[in-house]
Ligand binder design. Structure first.
Ligand code: HEC
Length: 235
């Protein structure tokens, strides 16, 4: 009798373990995680590609120095749904853009109802502000009425700005390329920085070992890892 009770208890316990195991395993298998980012970014609509592009981008003058107004006129076709750039041109969905380069931001076209976002910016349009605005109007003036995602290619922006510059009573000279030395200098500075870090790493083992001496175990463990780091930075 006692034996049988034990057997039954054993089966019950066993079944319980199997059930629990199954729950854990299926739970792992069918575990659904909420994606970090919902949905799919659509190019030109979400502006999601801006981040990647920004990293390698040069300042406006770099592109403007070799900008071509003729190519800019082609790019401007993307703008003509809302803009004219002719002298005395009519305001449409967007303001007429004659003489906009150097004009007051959000005020240059008479009779156009600008959004407070752009109208309240202040200052005049210069190369840098136009470059920023055309990259992402929303980023330059959050709440703007210009529902245009922006031109992700810096060359397109430079060309269209060069074109708009010609649509003016007083076109301005395009900026010269930023001193070519600026970039090598930056690179050299970076290298120097890395060199300094390397020196520090070389000095470090002495310091760390001295600190670690009281605890023998800690010392033994710490030494190889410090050596490893020094070896890495030396490369
Ligand atoms: C969907 C319509 C639309 C398109 C397309 C569009 N814009 Fe605009 N644009 C606007 C509107 C609307 C404003 C006014 C924004 C505000 O008041 O917030 C504006 C303002 C501007 C301004 C500022 C004008 C000022 O007086 O300060 C510039 C410069 C400009 N647009 C250039 C461009 C260029 C260049 C393109 C093409 C690459 C373009 N826009 C495409 C609608 C558009």
């Amino acid at each position: 009798m006692d034996n049988r009770t034990n057997t039954i208890a054993g089966w019950v316990l066993g079944a319980g373990i199997v059930a629990l195991g199954t729950t854990i395993v299926t739970g792992e298998m069918f575990h659904a995680e909420r994606p970090e980012k919902m949905g799919y970014p659509i190019e030109g609509v979400t502006g999601a590609e801006e981040k990647g592009g920004a990293a390698a981008e040069q300042p406006a003058a770099f592109y403007l120095a070799s900008a071509d107004p003729k190519l800019g006129e082609q790019v401007f076709k993307k703008c003509t749904a809302c803009h004219t750039a002719a002298k005395g041109g009519a305001n449409g969905t967007g303001p007429d853009l004659w003489g906009v380069v150097g004009g007051p931001i959000g005020h240059h076209a008479a009779g156009f109802a600008y959004s407070p976002a752009l109208g309240g910016k202040g200052g005049n349009w210069d190369w840098d502000s136009l470059f920023h605005w055309l990259k992402s109007p929303r980023d330059f003036a959050p709440g703007t009425k210009m529902t245009f995602a922006g031109l992700s290619k810096p060359e397109d922006r430079a060309n269209v700005i060069a074109y708009l510059n010609t649509m003016s009573d007083a076109p301005k000279p395009l900026p010269a390329a930023p001193a070519a030395a600026a970039n090598p200098a930056a690179a050299a500075a970076e290298q120097a920085d890395q060199g300094a870090q390397g020196d520090k790493a070389k000095d470090q083992p002495v310091l760390t070992e001295a600190q670690a001496t009281p605890g023998k175990n800690v010392k033994d463990q710490a030494a190889p890892s410090v050596d490893g780091r020094a070896a890495q930075t030396k490369k």
